[in-house]
Design a protein around this ligand. Structure first.
Ligand SMILES: [Zn+2]
Length: 578
């Protein structure tokens, strides 16, 4: 049992209406506006913020999915200022907490942080302020919240709002999963179930539901405010060789006239090799990946944030919480594992609202690389059984730590992490990897069967994620339209074209060309209704292809060398059916 679960909830502190509707807050709109102006220097809330803040002020559990730069922080900062209770902000990003505290302090809001970056003196100082009730906003990590001492301190306070930032880390299946996030449910109970505000910039529908369920947020409390960022120009390039891939990267970096750039690579090896080649070519770039010593990583990150080094070659270890407003280019040298990951990584570009480019380089072989790194085969029934039996055989003092469990089950730790994720997803685990794990009281046969099914489902999800990414790279329709469709969204008014991605620009260029007098009408143009699946047609730019489907707006054609593209019917030169 985790520390939090071991603590009984304090009577009398319970917020009875956990996540159901509650009488509206007593704060008038006028008071809200004046506080917004006085403390934050803002005249009005953005539409998304308004809705979230209204729910939070009414004590209703809320999950807000908002793009980076949409002003997520204000959604808890304004309620925190207007409330006389403590707001606790849980975030995995220690690096940002100091800045967040300082920014609030500048506005006259008492904020402190509790995390492993503080020395003993500073920690005691923060704790003393908390005990005196002199703190309005506390920033801490999920690990620290699960700690008995911190929980004990917080139980003495009235916690009015629990904010979970980067809430997608709660998803067992997500690639950013942090085990300590799974202990939040217990911690919340120990604090008397205060209302929750979960925040994330990226969460597919299943992940949204998982977050809501874990934190007791009703379905009606899930608010999505769009992932569309009109200032990001999406594009895909299809290099034919590795040499061409490097040339494109070099050209893109050399063309960068202001701001910063991130070049994401699929693996540490690719990142290190590209870093070497770019520096050899005279382009100064930093390097960041999870296998570098912490000190080197910090130095690289600071040089990038400070602008001394304008471009960073990195793996996906780089970027969570990187809040640099003027990143003008996010280039993926290889494709990421899913559209979710792609959108999240692209979201680091153009936070200042100015135009920025997001370029994906894709070659067919890249898919195999990702499949390899997706972890190969799903954990088998035998592997799940071995770990479960070890867990259930007995519980060492405090619970199992991963290293001991790996030895007992004779399994590499990387594999064990996959097995534990599968067991956790079927709620067969208690506690966390950091504090010690133990088996839930469940029937072995049921656990193993359910976890096996869950592991297979996960593998399928990973495959689907990759497939969606490949489809994005190969499709010729509007990039934003296809990204939004993946999240169940659409462009405003159901438009088919964003007008500023590479596909849309190509389409507009074709339109312009078409407006000029044609000099080589090689085949008679057929009426729209003539295009049928399987029909061979020709498009001047891409050559011959086969129609997959057609509408009055677009004909989807598979070209042997250019992939599947949506072409305006005006540009399709028909031949005989069949
Ligand atoms: Zn577009």
């Amino acid at each position: 049992m985790s520390v939090a679960a071991a603590m009984p909830p304090r009577p009398g502190r319970r917020h009875d209406l956990e996540s159901t509707d509650k009488a509206g807050s007593a704060i008038s709109p006028a008071k809200l506006r004046s506080t917004l102006k006085r403390v934050f220097g803002l005249r009005a809330l953005r539409p998304g913020q308004n809705e979230v803040i209204t729910r939070v002020m009414a004590g209703q559990g809320t999950l807000a999915v908002m793009p980076t730069g949409a002003g997520k922080s204000l959604c808890y900062q304004l309620p925190a200022v207007l409330s006389d209770a403590l707001t606790v902000v849980i975030s995995p990003l220690i690096a940002l907490m100091k800045d967040q505290c300082d920014a609030l302090a500048e506005r006259g809001v008492a904020a402190v942080q509790l995390n492993s970056s503080l020395d003993a003196g500073r920690r005691l100082e923060s704790e003393a302020l908390l005990t005196r009730g002199a703190v309005r906003v506390l920033f801490t990590t999920p690990e620290r919240l699960a700690d008995a001492r911190t929980l004990g301190l917080l139980q003495e306070q009235r916690v009015g709002l629990l904010v979970v930032d980067e809430a997608h880390c709660i998803s067992q299946w997500g690639h950013d999963f942090r085990p300590a996030f799974s202990a939040l449910r217990d911690a919340r109970r120990a604090l008397g179930r205060p209302p929750v505000l979960a925040l994330t910039a990226t969460a597919s529908l299943p992940v949204q539901r998982e977050i809501a369920e874990a934190l007791g947020i009703p379905r009606s409390g899930i608010l999505c405010h769009g992932i569309y960022r009109p200032n990001l120009r999406l594009a895909v390039e299809l290099p034919q060789t590795e040499k061409e891939r490097h040339e494109i990267i070099l050209r893109r970096l050399q063309a960068l006239d202001k701001g910063g750039a991130i070049v994401y690579c699929a693996t540490v090896r690719e990142a290190a090799a590209l870093h070497g080649r770019l520096n050899e070519a005279g382009v100064t770039v930093g390097l960041y990946h999870g296998k570098l010593p912490v000190k080197e990583r910090t130095v690289a990150q600071e040089a990038f944030m400070g602008g001394e080094c304008r471009a960073m070659v990195a793996t996906n270890a780089f970027g969570m919480g990187i809040d640099k407003p003027d990143i003008r280019l996010v280039l993926h040298a290889q494709m990421p594992a899913s559209i979710e990951a792609y959108v999240q990584e692209c979201g680091r570009a153009g936070r200042d609202g100015e135009p920025a480019d997001c370029v994906l380089l894709f070659r067919e072989g890249d898919r195999a690389l990702q499949q390899f790194f997706a972890g190969g085969q799903a954990p088998s029934r035998e592997e799940l059984g071995a770990v479960w039996r070890a867990l259930a055989s007995h519980t060492p003092q405090g619970g199992w730590l991963p290293a001991a469990l790996a030895e007992m089950a004779r399994m590499p730790q990387r594999r064990l992490a996959q097995v534990l994720a599968a067991l956790r997803s079927v709620r067969a685990l208690r506690g966390t990897e950091a504090t010690g794990l133990k088996a839930a009281k469940l029937e072995s046969r049921d656990v193993i069967a359910a976890a096996t099914a869950a592991a297979e489902q996960r593998q399928q999800n990973d495959r689907d994620g990759l497939e969606a990414m490949v489809l994005y790279a190969k499709a010729g329709n509007c990039r934003w339209a296809s990204v939004l469709a993946h999240f169940g969204e659409a462009l405003d008014g159901g438009r088919m074209h964003c007008g500023h991605c590479d596909s849309c620009e190509r389409f507009e260029k074709l339109l312009a060309e078409q407006a000029e007098p044609a000099d080589e009408a090689e085949a008679p143009r057929a009426p729209i209704s003539a295009y049928e699946p399987g029909q061979r047609v020709r498009v001047r730019r891409f050559g011959w292809g086969e129609v997959q489907e057609s509408s009055t707006e677009a004909v989807r054609i598979a070209f042997p060398r250019h992939g599947v593209r949506d072409i305006h019917p005006d540009f399709v030169l028909a031949t005989a059916k069949g």
